[in-house]
Write a protein that binds this ligand. Sequence first.
Ligand SMILES: NC(=O)c1ccc[n+]([C@@H]2O[C@H](COP(=O)([O-])OP(=O)(O)OC[C@H]3O[C@@H](n4cnc5c(N)ncnc54)[C@H](OP(=O)(O)O)[C@@H]3O)[C@@H](O)[C@H]2O)c1
Length: 265
Amino acid sequence: MRCFGLAEITESRHPDFKKGDKVMGLTGLQEYAVIPSHHPHSFQKLPSVPFLSDTNFLGTLGVNGLTAYFGLLDIGKPRPGETLVVSAAAGATGSIVGQIGRIHGCRVVGITGTDEKCKWIKDELGFDAAINYKQPDWKLELAAATPKGIDINFENVGGPVMEAVLDRMNLHGRVVLCGLISGYTLQQPTLSSFGRIIIKRLRVEGFLILDYAAKFMEAGKQIGTWKIMGKIKDRQTIVKGFEKAPEAINMLFSGANIGKLIVEL
Ligand SMILES: NC(=O)c1ccc[n+]([C@@H]2O[C@H](COP(=O)([O-])OP(=O)(O)OC[C@H]3O[C@@H](n4cnc5c(N)ncnc54)[C@H](OP(=O)(O)O)[C@@H]3O)[C@@H](O)[C@H]2O)c1
């Protein structure tokens, strides 16, 4: 299965890579990978940076942090005082989005699926409010947490969660369409009503993180600086064992992960 990972070189005939080097790239979900020498750029040596762990390069300084950074700053364009709502807010991407929103002076409200996750994003990550969408009165709580409406929706989930957020968007708000995970396991994913988008004159923009590859280094430096300064905190859920990989992947859909989900082989 295609996936991004960290690996250690066990044998090499490439002059730039030697036994023992740690690398990151498209390893695939497997114990060993043979990388053709004409694909050297698909793997990079892992930098050794004080205060950062190797696994930070999978989440906060990897795909998820970069997705949060470009999605929020390039598409969401946050301004101080605006209200930002992010879904899957205790996940690898959402947890970083909220913290970057706080750094840019937004009021940040996270939506997530357990009280434990709500507590983490509010008490430790500094979100202004956290809503558990599995509680019956969550839409009332969302209304109370967004008294001035919502200016930016960073959408990771779609479906009923997104519908409720769109209902509270301000005129000319921005919707960063990052992911629609609630629909990934459905035969017929529910589409949000386009009527709300017209009535509220919303700007809705989807993106794929690979489009920003040329700017990864610039963003990585900024995210790394925030992380070292303690302005960005993160968590990882590590599942050990190849045989547990299918179970681990399903955790993304059941919500059993907090922060970056990693399978260690
Ligand atoms: N556009 C891009 O280039 C790009 C790049 C990376 C990721 N993404 C997208 O970003 C989103 C987050 O990805 P991630 O890797 O950071 O995963 P993640 O947020 O760490 O994990 C997924 C979380 O989604 C929530 N979820 C799952 N099913 C749900 C449902 N039916 N309703 C509401 N919430 C649900 C769960 O948390 P709760 O407990 O809160 O329910 C789960 O923990 C995904 O949609 C992914 O496709 C997009």
